[in-house]
Design a protein around this ligand. Structure first.
Ligand code: LLP
Length: 421
């Protein structure tokens, strides 16, 4: 589905849903997700992993929309969560607690309590302090927690610095030396079954070389631990598989990725977990937006959209490229800076982008907007969160209502009731 749109550059329909008609009905900015594209991705990954004892733990942060999550869950994905909010989303989507892993460098006691009490499958532990908290909280409830150590393998993931997580200087995970000490002292945490290894070296990985290097270190450590009498039941290789946002970019495919895992972990008898986010959802989504106006600046030509950085933060935060297409097609002949209405120069989706001439009212689609797009949205400039729809064949479902201004303002209170602590 997505490949076809990229080739034609004319997503007048997404699946078989007419985008201008959809925009007229539901308004813009509008996130549009394709159910067939989501299914295609999750099935392709399952297929690629089918020779391994492996499970998918979808990274909910990429796109936690309830309908998207439910669709992925129906296709057999579990969840990788990083907060109580994501735990709640995963459970409501029908994902079994046993198929949930909890990652993150700063889990609060309250979050650990919730996750323990619903019986999640595994905690990915990132510090000694967190291991101690898990022990204390599990012991107080007479529960046994299952945990993996997140290893920071100190490899350069060759991705954007802000989404690189596996170098020694990053806040994530612990060194192999520290993890070794934890396994040796396992008895100090009697309510924690410490029998797993975890890693996640970064996101939007376009080369598998760093993955192979990190996996090799994990494999050597797993073998060392088993030889030392510490059985390892699970190795979680994290997420990170990149996608092609831009013509000419080469992304690894799922089979190559699975082969790299199989090769590095050959002989491992336990469960392998993968935590992809972006790869499953990025290309299944687009952000539909209307041109508010065209503006001839003193030096540049601007196309001002009704979508802005609060809706899609990636271009300004990571200098990320997203293809932008005019729904009505046409010959690309004008270089625009495509911007939003927010009062920041950083509110720019693209600079010097070659597009067909666009007038006010024209519809454009920003592609690759299924991952880290709606989920990173905010209401900056008091702009309500956009609506989201899921298309399937010739039908669509509204899967998030557009936020109303009343909802946007509902939690705020005038300072009329003064209290003393
Ligand atoms: N597992 C862990 C522990 C993670 O921290 C992440 C992503 C994933 C899995 C999923 O990674 P993925 O397969 O999606 O690459 N906002 C950024 C991406 C941040 C990724 C954070 N962690 C962006 O828009 O590029």
């Amino acid at each position: 589905v997505v490949e076809k749109h990229r080739r034609d550059g004319l997503p007048a329909t997404f699946d078989q849903v007419d985008l201008p008609a959809l925009a007229a009905r539901e308004g813009t900015p509008l996130y549009v997700y394709s159910a067939p594209a989501l299914r295609q991705r999750v099935r392709a990954l399952r297929q690629a992993l089918s020779g391994l004892n492996a499970g998918i733990r979808y990274a909910v942060k990429a796109n936690g929309n309830a309908a998207v999550l439910r669709l992925l869950a129906e296709e057999g994905a579990g969840a990788d969560i990083v907060s109580a909010g994501e735990l709640e989303r995963a459970l409501r989507a029908g994902i079994a607690a046993a198929d949930i892993v909890f990652s993150g460098v700063g889990k609060s006691d309250a979050e650990i309590v919730l996750a323990l009490e619903v019986g999640i499958g595994r905690f990915n532990i990132e510090s000694r302090a967190e291991l101690d908290s898990l022990q204390r909280i599990a012991a107080a409830r007479g529960l046994m927690a299952t945990a993996a150590v997140r290893i920071n393998p100190d490899v350069d993931a060759q991705t954007h610095a802000k989404i690189s997580t596996g170098k020694a200087e990053n806040k994530f995970g612990v060194s192999i030396a520290e993890a070794r000490g934890w396994f040796q002292a396992r008895a100090q945490w009697p309510n924690v079954r410490l029998d797993g290894l975890h890693m996640h070296i970064g996101s939007q990985l376009l080369s598998l070389a760093p993955v192979r290097e990190a996996l090799a270190r994990m494999a050597a450590f797993w073998k060392e631990l088993e030889a030392a009498g510490h059985p390892i039941a699970s190795i979680d290789v994290g997420g990170g598989l990149g996608v092609r946002y831009r013509e000419g970019e080469q992304a690894p495919d799922a089979r190559e990725y699975a082969a790299a895992i199989a090769q590095a972990l050959a002989g491992f008898g336990g469960r392998i977990l993968v935590e992809p986010g972006r790869w499953l959802v990025a290309e299944a989504g687009l952000l539909l937006s209307r041109v508010l106006l065209e503006k001839h600046g003193q030096e540049r030509r601007f196309l001002v959209l009704d979508a802005a950085m609060n809706d899609l933060l990636r271009p300004t935060l990571y200098d990320a490229w997203h293809d932008i297409v005019r729904i009505d097609g046409g010959q690309a002949s004008v270089r625009y800076d495509v911007v939003g209405p927010v009062c920041e120069t950083g509110d720019t989706f693209a600079t010097d982008r070659l597009l067909p001439p666009c007038a006010a009212g024209e519809l454009v689609a920003i592609l690759g907007a299924g991952a880290y797009a709606a989920s990173m949205g905010s209401t900056y400039n008091s702009r309500p969160l956009p609506a989201e729809v899921l298309v399937d064949g010739d039908r669509y479902a509204l899967v998030r209502r557009r936020q109303t201004l009343d909802e946007l303002l509902a939690a705020e209170l005038p300072a009329t009731e003064w209290r003393r602590t």
